[in-house]
Structure formats: C-alpha cells, structure tokens
Design a protein around this ligand. Sequence first.
Ligand code: NAP
Length: 161
Amino acid sequence: MKLIVNVSDNWAIGKNNGLLFHLSQDMKFFREHTTGNTIVMGRKTLESLPNSKPLPNRENIVLTRNRDYHPEGVTVYTSIDEFIANTPKRDNVYVIGGESLYRDLLPYCDTAYVTKVEKSVDDADAFMVNLDNDSNWQIFDISKEFEEKNLKFRFVTYKRV
Ligand SMILES: NC(=O)c1ccc[n+]([C@@H]2O[C@H](COP(=O)([O-])OP(=O)(O)OC[C@H]3O[C@@H](n4cnc5c(N)ncnc54)[C@H](OP(=O)(O)O)[C@@H]3O)[C@@H](O)[C@H]2O)c1
C-alpha cells in the first residue's frame, strides 16, 4: 500500500478539516497517481472533498466507526482490520488521509509520496508522522523544485527500509 500527502516543513497537513495548500501541480500529481486505483480515507477526509462526494474514476474506501454510514459510491469499513481483511491486494491502494488514517495505516505502507512545501505552519491542527525522523523510512527520490503561489515545493518519494 502507498500513502500520498502534502506537508509543510513541520509536517503539518491540515487545519479546521481543510488542506493547508491548494497547488494545481500537486493536485495533478495526486490525480495522476490515484486515477484508476483505489483510495482509502477517513470519514472526515471524505466530508472535506467537494460536496462530500467520492473522487471520480477511483474506487473510494472510507473508514468510519459508524455502522449506519453509507454514502453513495463508497465502500465503507468500520475498522482497520475489516479493511485489511477485505483488501488482500493492496499494491494499487493509496492512503489519502487524514491524520488518523496516515498514522494507523502507515505500518501497512511501503511507499510514501510526500509533497514537501517549504513553509512552516504553526497553527495547524493535523499532522503527518515525520518520516525524516523515522528510521523505518528513507528518501528514495526527490523531484526538482516547483513554485506556485509564492510557495516552493518538491515531490519526495520515501520507501520503507
Ligand atoms: N495534506 C494532506 O495531504 C491531507 C490529506 C487528507 C486530509 N488532510 C487533513 O487531515 C485532517 C483530517 O484528519 P483527521 O484525522 O481529523 O480525519 P480523518 O482521518 O480523515 O477521519 C477521521 C475519521 O475516520 C474514521 N476512522 C479513523 N480511524 C478509524 C478506524 N481505525 N476504524 C474506523 N474508523 C476510523 C472515524 O470516523 P467516525 O468519526 O465517522 O467514526 C474518524 O473520526 C483535515 O485537516 C484534512 O484537511 C490533509
């Protein structure tokens, strides 16, 4: 399984259930990786998508502990164990957030696509595990620098050691 996320310098990922950065080249990168594949997200991330709708041209899986939650176009599981048991082939599955899913599904991931934005965000309320401080992970590839909206960023691929 893979993980895809955009982070600030201090690995912040969100505030008030919204993203910190809206960068078109990052959206394109996300779309190119996930289209035609399966994405798995927490219930709050689904509800943060436009009109709380699943993303098109991808199989959307959502985790919630609420057994009565059945949004259209989404496969729902009520625990990590249930998701893992029902998804034996996970090579083309991308964890797309948020904080709790990144943390709890990280042990099942072997690759992380991290868009690293050169900006520190001190008032965020959601964070990703800092893979630079995790000896289980190392940088495999770093893209050239991109710039948009006065923000510099790179696409960094981490692999499990
Ligand atoms: N920077 C990025 O790339 C990126 C990407 C995605 C999201 N984000 C940000 O992340 C933040 C949201 O993160 P979050 O942690 O608050 O929300 P989340 O992970 O999207 O959703 C949390 C919800 O998922 C369900 N859930 C979590 N673990 C579960 C488990 N083990 N079993 C069953 N259900 C489970 C629960 O739903 P119920 O409450 O319904 O039980 C829980 O309340 C937002 O700020 C968002 O913008 C950032």
